[in-house]
Design a protein around this ligand. Structure first.
Ligand SMILES: C[S@@+](CC[C@H](N)C(=O)[O-])C[C@H]1O[C@@H](n2cnc3c(N)ncnc32)[C@H](O)[C@@H]1O
Length: 263
């Protein structure tokens, strides 16, 4: 899978891409990250990429011409045997659709993604209308630029690309099926007086599986009851959740009638 990243600060990507899993994924050819310096598409002597906002006000706005030229050039490039013309062109922006694990899984099915990093007060609206096909936010806060947001998207998507990590690792983790993950433990069996739950050292695979499922349900109910509304639940899951005080939305409730223990 190929990520084309359009940025005014390509140097920001060096660290995250040269360590650990992303580094290995690049070396193994599972993913490629191609950085494009938007400034290289500015045509004036000073290579200007921003200008004052029409209507006045604080800050600067990314000029349409260099960014549009950069996007068009990248879409015309041949990457991995195909051009980017059918690839999503994604702007990272705080007013975009909230980025989730579901969207990460969807994006991991594309051979190529184009990620556009904003700076200053953002991107001229006409470029968004003309060339951007999707807009994503990584959370309800404002960053100085889209680079960290693009890295978050690359990291979350890349680990779902076949071959990057063991697919068993992603099967039961948080959000994969609408539930949070169960608590994890490793050796020693007792640490500073705290013992590992006995079931985990019992050797009973069925009981371990049931404990883990219930811990996922309990943790999701306590921390993110909103997720349960869309989670894939069995009758046994629902019965267990009801013992915790959950009210089943399928029975006319919303699942939120009871305050969760952490509220
Ligand atoms: C300072 S921000 C612009 C904020 C913009 N004026 C606003 O109020 O929505 C500059 C750039 O950082 C990126 N950015 C900031 N916060 C983000 C977030 N939560 N998710 C994704 N991108 C973000 C976007 O690319 C944005 O164009």
């Amino acid at each position: 899978m190929r990520f084309d990243v359009l940025t005014l600060f390509p140097g920001m990507f060096t660290g995250p891409l040269s360590e650990s899993i992303l580094k290995r994924a690049i070396q193994a050819g599972c993913i490629a990250v191609v950085l494009h310096d938007i400034r290289a598409y500015a045509t004036d002597r000073h290579r200007t990429t921003d200008d004052a906002p029409y209507g006045g006000g604080a800050g600067m706005v990314m000029k349409p011409e260099p960014l549009a030229a950069c996007i068009r050039a990248v879409l015309a490039m041949n990457g991995g045997g195909e051009t980017g013309h059918n690839s999503p062109v994604i702007l990272l922006t705080p007013d975009g659709e909230p980025f989730t694990q579901r969207i990460a899984a969807e994006l991991a099915t594309y051979p190529r993604l184009v990620l556009v990093c904003g700076r200053y007060e953002g991107v001229d609206e006409r470029v968004r209308e003309a060339l951007i096909t999707r807009e994503l936010s990584i959370g309800d806060y404002v960053l100085t630029g889209g680079e960290l947001a693009a890295m978050v998207v690359i990291d979350a998507v890349a680990r779902l690309v076949p071959g990057v990590i063991d697919s068993e690792s992603t099967a039961e983790e948080s959000f994969s099926d609408g539930l949070l993950e169960y608590p994890q433990y490793t050796r020693p069996a007792v640490w500073e007086g705290r013992a590992v739950p006995p079931v985990l050292v019992s050797g009973h695979h069925g009981e371990v599986a049931q404990w883990r499922r219930r811990e996922r349900l309990r943790r999701t109910f306590e921390r993110r009851p909103d997720l349960l509304v869309r989670a894939a639940l069995t009758d046994a899951d629902r019965a267990y959740l009801r013992t915790l005080g959950w009210s089943d939305p399928g029975n006319g409730g919303t699942g939120r009638e009871h305050r969760s223990p952490v509220e």
